[in-house]
Design a protein around this ligand. Structure first.
Ligand SMILES: Cc1cc2nc3c(=O)[nH]c(=O)nc-3n(C[C@H](O)[C@H](O)[C@H](O)COP(=O)(O)O)c2cc1C
Length: 383
């Protein structure tokens, strides 16, 4: 299924896909995922850090911004494409890096990556994915894929080795996540005593990595899990290490988790190729600014010098349109696709992406624009 522009008459006549197992509203999708997943797994995906203030604000802050449409423009030809690092994509949508996807569905990231490939949407693979870089690459051919890095704290050579593997497997960009120097304070997981890593999820890229394997004291499952836990967070990460990563790869490097305009400026000064405005879906530091509130000031600081991607709180197509209007060049979908995966595997993810695309197209047309950039003049902060 290639995503196609919707025929509006299908919406009018309700000839759209009647598959009730993958509903179009986020709330309905979340309820289905809750039924399908174990309490621990669902809690791990759904919850945020500490009192979940940021988790809530990520969504509610979208209503601070209002679209002021312009009418009487011919909107019969819509162009939703974006070009990033020399590659043109049909939509501004990306799959956010989400680890341990097997906790949502047994097909895990393979299903998500195949759905993304079918829809022409770039798949960003997590360091702690359920399948290895090579397995995902084999399953999806030359569809666009990026690799997200959690800097390995004990031996940076493990990170560099994974980056090299991603390059060799045809991945097209590296995303370094900077907001995860340690795990956020997640009370739901403490309540459920739930650790996906301890259950054996999320180690595929480690147990297939020669540098990681050679660093192990013993090659049994417990040693692997312990070594992943020792390496996955990175309190020592700093700008010098970012510069080191830049030197070790020829791929574009993006920093994920930027919220402060000064960090955006520093990223540009350090030769970084792109940033992702994100607060990790409210899963790291609670009380931080909602991602959508952070976006305008970051966009002003960046002033078009490098691409800005955005995530945290995107629940529907019109949210994508608002994020683009406020300065994003592309948008990462997080929890909605995970719930689609839980509800229906690959088909579930495809349906979620299709719904995003369709609602985004309807929203752009109703705002009176024919391309994404024109949205920038049509948004105000609600009085
Ligand atoms: C279950 C789960 C696992 C995640 N794993 C990762 C990860 O491995 N690496 C990463 O950079 N971000 C990870 N994230 C954060 C997402 O990339 C993204 O920033 C977040 O989901 C956006 O918020 P939203 O889902 O509320 O839209 C994870 C998010 C969730 C929900």
């Amino acid at each position: 299924m290639k995503l196609t522009s919707i025929k509006n008459e299908d919406l009018l006549l309700q000839n759209i896909d009647p598959d009730k197992s993958i509903p179009s509203s986020f709330a309905d999708l979340e309820s289905i995922a809750k039924e399908k997943m174990s309490a621990g797994a669902f809690g791990y995906v759904q919850s945020g850090a500490s009192g979940e203030e940021t988790l809530r604000k990520n969504v509610s802050s979208f209503s601070k911004y209002a679209i002021v449409p312009r009418f009487l423009n011919d909107v019969s030809n819509l162009d939703t494409s974006v070009t990033l690092f020399g590659r043109k994509y049909p939509t501004p949508l990306f799959i956010a890096p989400v680890g341990v996807q097997k906790i949502a569905h047994e097909d895990g990231d393979i299903a998500t990556a195949k759905a993304a490939a079918k829809c022409g949407i770039p798949f960003i693979q997590s360091t702690v994915s359920s399948y290895s870089i090579e397995e995902i690459a084999e399953a999806t051919g030359d569809s666009p894929k990026w690799f997200q890095v959690y800097w390995t704290s004990q031996d940076a050579e493990i990170s560099f080795s994974m980056v090299k593997r991603a390059e060799e497997a045809g991945y097209e960009a590296i995303v370094l996540t900077v907001d995860t120097v340690m795990l956020g304070w997640r009370e739901e997981d403490v309540r459920n005593q739930y650790s996906p890593l301890k259950l054996g999820f999320g180690k595929a890229n480690y147990e297939t990595d020669p540098v990681f394997i050679s660093s192990l004291p013993a090659n049994d499952v417990d040693s692997v899990i312990q070594a992943v836990a020792d390496n996955v967070y990175h309190p020592t990460l700093d700008w010098a290490k970012v510069a080191e990563l830049k030197k070790r790869t020829s791929l574009p490097v993006l920093l994920k988790g930027i919220l402060h305009p000064k960090d955006a400026k520093q990223a540009i000064a350090n030769g970084i190729d792109g940033i992702i405005v994100s607060n990790h879906g409210g899963r790291q530091l609670d009380g931080v600014i909602s991602s959508i509130d952070a976006l305008p000031a970051v966009a002003e600081a960046v002033d078009g010098e490098i691409p800005i991607l955005f995530d945290s709180g995107i629940r529907r197509g019109v949210d994508v349109v608002k994020a683009i209007a406020l300065g994003a060049d592309g948008v990462l979908i997080g929890r909605p696709f995970v719930y689609g995966l839980a509800a229906g595997g690959q088909k579930g993810v495809e349906k979620v992406l299709e719904n995003f695309r369709q609602e985004m197209e309807v929203s752009l047309s109703l705002a009176g624009v024919t391309n994404l950039k024109d949205m920038r003049d049509l948004i105000i902060r609600n009085p």
